[in-house]
Ligand binder design. Structure first.
Ligand code: ADP
Ligand code: MG
Length: 306
């Protein structure tokens, strides 16, 4: 990429790099972040490809915010404290208006999550956004998928299925009332990483995962990693008024069980523990394997790329 294009990008991204853990940000060969004494580093990376993870005509602001949320959601699911992130950006062209609005969405996420942008890489090619997140965990603590035990209660945060409903609105398959449409589109375009909840669950939850591929698929990961069965009662799933306004209760249930992109947390607590506000009990952990959500549900598994 020519120097002028790089300096453009540098202009939009180098101002987002300040944070409590950042010793050195954008501009050198590496960024330097520090951990507090007794902490461990948690890291994860997620890629979003235009046309696969978001529609080609999405607003650049939403693309930027969403890319950070998707990556930060993995820190939430581990209970980690956000330290910073890096951004590998592949762009078809150095379009200044696009970069400006994209970086506005990034800036909103940087500020909301306190997740400074400390470095990255910029290349030319089909629009692809990769965000690596870095977080801190107290030594010996982490929210893992593998700790659920028989007798635990299964919870989710927020509402389920909204992003899938939003995608249906976006693709013209569903036309709810304008206010419901606006809410659902927002839930798809602007998912929130549940970072505060994750940190609150640290040391309390026996297992946790963020719901990126749909509740059934992701609860299945907890079941497999923990060597248990999760029994989920579909009638307990938390539904937003907007999603529930769909004429088909069956469609709503399919979205809530199998729709991805909500980025809420699914977690297990011992039966004696109290769930944080905003979380809903949806089932329990029993002996066995897999996820059981009752008979008569014809639902495809979560999205898989290959
Ligand atoms: P190098 O050749 O050492 O990999 P680069 O030329 O790729 O360095 O990048 C120069 C500086 O700009 C580095 O500090 C890098 O982290 C930062 N940078 C490049 N692209 C981005 C981006 N999209 N977002 C944030 N920082 C970036
Ligand atoms: Mg580089």
């Amino acid at each position: 990429m020519p120097v002028s294009e790089f300096s453009l990008i540098y202009r939009y991204f180098s101002a987002l790099g300040r944070g409590a853990a950042v010793d050195l940000s954008v501009g050198d060969d590496c960024a330097i972040l520090h951990l507090d004494a007794g902490e461990r580093l948690a890291t994860s990376v997620d890629t979003m490809v235009e046309g696969v993870h978001f529609p080609a005509d999405s607003f650049p602001e939403d693309i930027g915010f969403r890319a950070v949320s998707v990556a930060a959601s993995d820190l939430a699911a581990m209970g980690a404290r956000p330290l910073g992130m890096t951004l590998a950006l592949t762009l078809p062209a150095a379009d200044e208006l696009w970069l400006q609005t994209f970086s506005q969405g990034l800036a909103e996420a940087v500020s909301e999550y306190r997740l400074p942008l400390v470095g990255g890489d910029t290349t030319r090619g089909p629009l692809t956004i990769t965000v690596q997140v870095l977080g801190a965990l107290p030594s010996g603590e982490a929210l893992l998928r593998g700790g659920a035990t028989v007798g635990d209660v299964v919870y989710v945060s927020g509402y389920l299925g909204d992003a899938a409903g939003g995608l249906a609105v976006l693709t013209g398959q569903w036309q709810p009332t304008p206010d419901h449409a606006e809410y659902l589109l927002h839930r798809f375009n602007r998912p929130r990483a549940r970072l505060a909840l994750g940190r609150e669950l640290l040391g309390k939850a026996s297992a946790a995962i963020d719901i990126s591929d749909g509740l059934l698929a992701d609860a299945g990961h907890i079941a497999a990693a923990s060597g248990v069965k999760l029994v989920i009662e579909p009638e307990l799933l938390p539904l937003s008024p907007a999603l529930a306004s769909h004429a088909s209760a069956g469609q709503v249930r399919r979205w809530a069980l199998a729709g991805g992109d909500d980025y809420e947390l699914c977690f297990c607590l011992p039966a004696t523990a109290q769930a944080p506000p905003g979380c809903t009990r949806i089932g329990e952990v029993v002996a066995g394997e897999g996820v059981d959500c009752g008979p008569g549900l014809d639902i495809a598994p979560g999205y898989q790329h290959f």
